[in-house]
Each structure stands twice: as structure tokens, then as C-alpha cells.
Design a protein around this ligand. Structure first.
Ligand SMILES: [Zn+2]
Length: 120
């Protein structure tokens, strides 16, 4: 259970994170556009290079978008008073975990289970 000071602390960090991620998304969008526009002028090799960069940019953008979504959800949970509880099992999320990752939607145990891939 988080006290009010901890809650407002996390909220400030989440709001800063939201602004930072939104800015990254904005910057990433214009960078991706630039790559597409320049492609006709490039040789085959630099085109492949540009495509690879674009793929990397796109996967970064996907990560940023996913994280931003979690940040928005976490902020909504602060408003509704559900922040700090695991989305999956309802237990408290470890405070140390929230310090590192204030947007974490679930506790460490549930996160580990979701990320468990037997083949990899
Ligand atoms: Zn859990």
C-alpha cells in the first residue's frame, strides 16, 4: 500500500515519463518520414541500410508506444486509486519495482510468468 507522498512522487515521475515518451514518438515519426522520402535517391546498399534503420526505428517506436500506453494506464490507476496493485493477481506491486519502472502494470511474479517463453 502506497502513501500519498509516494503516490504523488510516482505520479510526477509518470507525467515526466509521458512527456518524454511523447517527445520521442514525435521525433521518431519525423525521422521515419525522412527515410521514406529519401529512398529513391539512394543506391541499393544504402537503401537496404536505410530500410534496416527504418526497421530499427519502427521497433523502437513500437516499444515507446507500448510503454506510453502503460504510462497512461498507470496514471489512470493513480486517479482511480488502483495504482500499486498488480493487474493480474491484485497483490501489491513491489515498491522497488515501481521505483525502477513506475508504469509497471503487475507484480514481478506475474510479469515473469508473462515473459516466460520455453523455447527461447
Ligand atoms: Zn501479480
Amino acid at each position: 500500500m502506497l502513501n500519498d507522498a509516494q503516490l504523488s512522487d510516482h505520479r510526477e515521475r509518470l507525467e515526466a515519463l509521458r512527456d518524454e515518451l511523447s517527445a520521442q514518438l514525435e521525433a521518431g515519426r519525423s525521422a521515419a518520414d525522412t527515410v521514406v522520402l529519401d529512398q529513391t535517391k539512394l543506391s541499393r546498399l544504402s537503401r537496404m541500410d536505410a530500410l534496416q534503420q527504418q526497421n530499427m526505428a519502427q521497433s523502437t517506436m513500437r516499444n515507446v508506444t507500448a510503454r506510453l500506453r502503460l504510462v497512461h494506464k498507470a496514471l489512470a490507476r493513480i486517479m482511480s486509486g488502483d495504482y500499486g496493485y498488480c493487474d493480474a493477481c491484485g497483490n501489491d506491486i513491489e515498491p522497488g519495482r515501481l521505483d525502477v519502472q513506475p508504469e509497471a502494470p503487475c507484480c514481478f511474479a506475474c510479469q515473469s510468468q508473462q515473459e516466460y517463453h520455453p523455447q527461447s
